[in-house]
Design a protein around this ligand. Structure first.
Ligand code: SF4
Ligand code: SF4
Length: 426
């Protein structure tokens, strides 16, 4: 085991391989608040990559309803239980310790619980690289199970609960939310760590994690080790497969893209406009370059409005989520770490710059490497949490890899009025 730096945990941790980082990292931000569970993303992925024999139960992109849904069933509860077991065996009570707010390299504080790699190393004898489990066949078979089923809340005995005004923020009495999931192209992939054939690799140019189909022998160690359960076995070919991050599009080989890197199919198909995907420049030591004009870096590292999914697993996932405003905070903290309150406060009363950057979601299929904001007039003012808040009709401009303008969006959606003779005609 080597010591590697995990910025999401605010500490070094043990990992089977020494640090080795790509020049850029595939990363994305999802705004859970906007998802309508239309599953267009899931179908865009399926119709591109997993429509063949043996892939019937394979959903590289899926959208599940929390708290009960999951693909495969209860994947996160099971992994959390495995970690709980390991921590309690070792007498560790996991917690997040605050660090100085200015500590850029430990934005969420420091986590002292065991990761899936450390829990495996503590096993006697140590026989695997990461703790995990192999889902049974039927657990993959109902990706939409529990869709739209809420946690019921607790109305007073004998009442229907109507008097509780259950849809008030900050927490709804009955709640659910959609969790959109794909491979996180982790900085420290558990799938890669677990593969005895060394068939899994992380591309040096963009950090995309791929399985070499020719080297894989279908041992399914990656399926067991990936805590997010995003490596899947295909019985017809007897090898494992996973999300390939639509790498031909990332490489700019899509005919539509004019040679420029393009967002994946799931990102660019989203009607809810919840997704923004990018490539983040890394310093030699693997830390994110301080590039505040990159929209992903701006939202994750500067505004801290988007958070990693289950950072305590230890793989340093590169998918980040703006948490849902209405769900119980302790549930969200378990899922996204201790940055939840701050992220929600930022989202509830966004800075002028953040409000503009949020307009870039799904505004172009090209990957945006840099944004600029042109200031516009003040169009609205109010009070949020007792503090004055103003909205400006700024224009945000996104630039592609070559610095060319790829998109231009205003904060206030323009209104077009049809001329009187055509008001009711098409
Ligand atoms: S396409 Fe977008 S809105 Fe629809 S389910 Fe997927 S993430 Fe949600
Ligand atoms: S999410 Fe799973 S499959 Fe994807 S890189 Fe991380 S460990 Fe590997």
């Amino acid at each position: 085991m080597a010591d590697v730096r995990n910025w999401q945990l605010g500490r070094t941790m043990s990992y089977p391989y020494p640090e080795s980082h790509p020049d850029r990292q595939f990363a994305f931000v999802f705004n859970i608040n906007r998802c309508i569970a239309c599953q267009t993303c899931s179908m865009a992925c399926k119709s591109t990559w997993t429509f063949s024999k043996g892939q019937e139960s394979m959903w590289w992109n899926n959208v599940e309803t929390k708290p009960y849904g999951g693909y495969p069933r209860h994947w996160d509860v099971k992994v959390l239980e495995l970690l709980d077991e390991a921590n309690s065996k070792a007498g560790v009570e996991p917690s997040w310790q605050p660090t100085a707010a200015a500590d850029r390299e430990s934005p969420y504080g420091s986590y002292d619980g065991m990761t899936i790699f450390e829990a495996a190393a503590a096993e006697t004898p140590p026989v695997r690289q990461a703790v995990g489990y192999q889902p049974a066949q039927d657990e993959w078979s109902a990706p939409n199970i529990f869709e739209d089923v809420p946690h019921p809340g607790r109305p007073a005995p004998g009442s229907l609960g109507l008097e509780q005004d259950g849809a008030q923020l900050p927490e709804h009495v009955a709640w659910f939310f959609y969790l959109q999931r794909l491979c996180n192209h982790c900085t420290y992939p558990a799938c890669l760590a677990a593969c005895p054939r060394k068939a899994i690799y992380k591309r040096p140019e963009d950090g995309i994690v791929l399985i070499d189909q020719a080297r894989c022998r279908g041992y399914r160690k990656c399926v067991e080790a990936c805590p997010y359960k995003k490596s899947m076995y295909r019985p017809t070919t007897r090898v494992s497969e996973k999300c390939v991050a639509c790498y031909p599009r990332i490489e700019g080989h899509d005919p539509l893209s004019d040679g420029m890197p393009m967002e994946t199919r799931c990102m660019s198909a989203c009607p809810g406009k919840i997704r923004l995907q990018g490539l983040v420049a890394l310093d030699a030591d693997g830390s994110w370059a301080d590039d505040p004009q990159n929209p992903i870096v701006f939202m994750v590292r500067h505004e801290k409005v988007a958070l990693p999914l289950y950072p305590q697993f230890g793989t340093e996932p590169n998918g980040f989520y703006i948490p849902p405003r209405w769900a119980p905070r302790d549930y969200l903290v378990q899922m996204f770490g201790p940055g939840v309150d701050e992220a929600l406060a930022r989202y509830r009363a966004p800075s002028r710059e953040l409000l503009a950057v949020l307009q870039l979601f799904r505004a172009t299929q090209k990957i945006i490497f840099r944004f600029e904001i042109e200031e516009g007039p003040k169009v609205f003012e109010t009070e949020i949490d007792g503090k004055p808040w103003s909205m400006y009709d700024d224009t945000v401009i996104g630039f592609d890899q070559q610095g060319r303008e790829a998109v231009r969006v205003r904060v206030e959606e323009p209104i077009y009025q049809r001329p009187a003779p055509r008001v009711n005609s098409i």
